[in-house]
Unconditional design. Structure first.
Length: 236
């Protein structure tokens, strides 16, 4: 999610602006995904340090099947994903006047004055964030199926994207679990279980974030980004 060392990309931010934000987001996400295995090795090695407190903690992590570790990595992964989506859209707004005209026209006249385009980065980011909310309201079931709102959003950029129903399910569940973790300490509500029946066994408690769940969420995220990459490529 955040790193003191920014990834070195092969995509130039100027000439390759259509792909730069996507490439950057993907780099952070892949790093979060594989960071888990590095931490797991460190935790296993901590069992034999002889330091009582550290060994006890490492044992607890193993007994809980690394739930805490998967949670931290997943939150970082999702944050990079959301940031990537906003920045991809913002880059199109900043560099493609047709996109800027189309998206700004969805707001009251004067809110985003096309006569002053090209806009500063802050204005482009503001419009990108606001347009995502409009996409959510513009699609049926947009509050549950996270991919549908992304699909709608990119259709306004004349970019067609699609992933399988299973991958859409993974992505939607990941979005809901992210909200549960950040806003309710991970406690699953009855509403969550009604809308995502896979969460039913954990109503009133915290769902253990397993390796399988973590991998499913990663697949939903990565396949969405791959679809966006293909969609952008088909327009160039």
């Amino acid at each position: 999610m955040t790193s003191l060392i920014k990834p070195k990309l092969g995509t130039d931010s100027k000439t390759g602006w259509k792909f730069y934000a996507l490439h950057l987001s993907s780099s952070y996400i892949v790093n979060e995904f594989f960071l888990v295995s590095n931490y797991k090795r460190c935790i296993k090695n901590s069992r034999s340090t002889g330091i009582k407190e550290l060994s006890k903690w490492a044992l607890q992590m193993e007994e809980q099947k690394y739930h805490d570790l998967y949670v931290h990595s997943f939150i970082g992964m999702w944050s990079s994903f959301e940031s990537g989506l906003v920045n991809i859209v913002a880059d199109f707004i900043k560099n493609d006047r047709e996109v800027a005209v189309n998206l700004s026209s969805k707001f009251k006249p004067g809110r985003f004055d096309i006569d002053t385009w090209p806009w500063d980065t802050e204005v482009c980011l503001d419009l990108a964030q606001r347009i995502e909310s409009k996409a959510k309201r513009d699609v049926e079931n947009g509050g549950i199926n996270f991919f549908l709102r992304i699909q709608k959003l990119f259709s306004w950029l004349n970019i067609n994207i699609d992933i399988s129903p299973q991958e859409q399910s993974f992505l939607s569940e990941a979005n809901r679990v992210r909200n549960i973790l950040l806003h309710r300490y991970g406690v699953v509500s009855e509403k969550d279980a009604r809308e995502f029946t896979c969460l039913l066994p954990w109503v009133g408690s915290v769902m253990p974030l397993s390796k399988e769940k973590f991998t499913n969420y990663y697949n939903g995220i990565s396949q969405t980004l791959i679809s966006i990459m293909r969609g952008i490529a088909s327009t160039t």
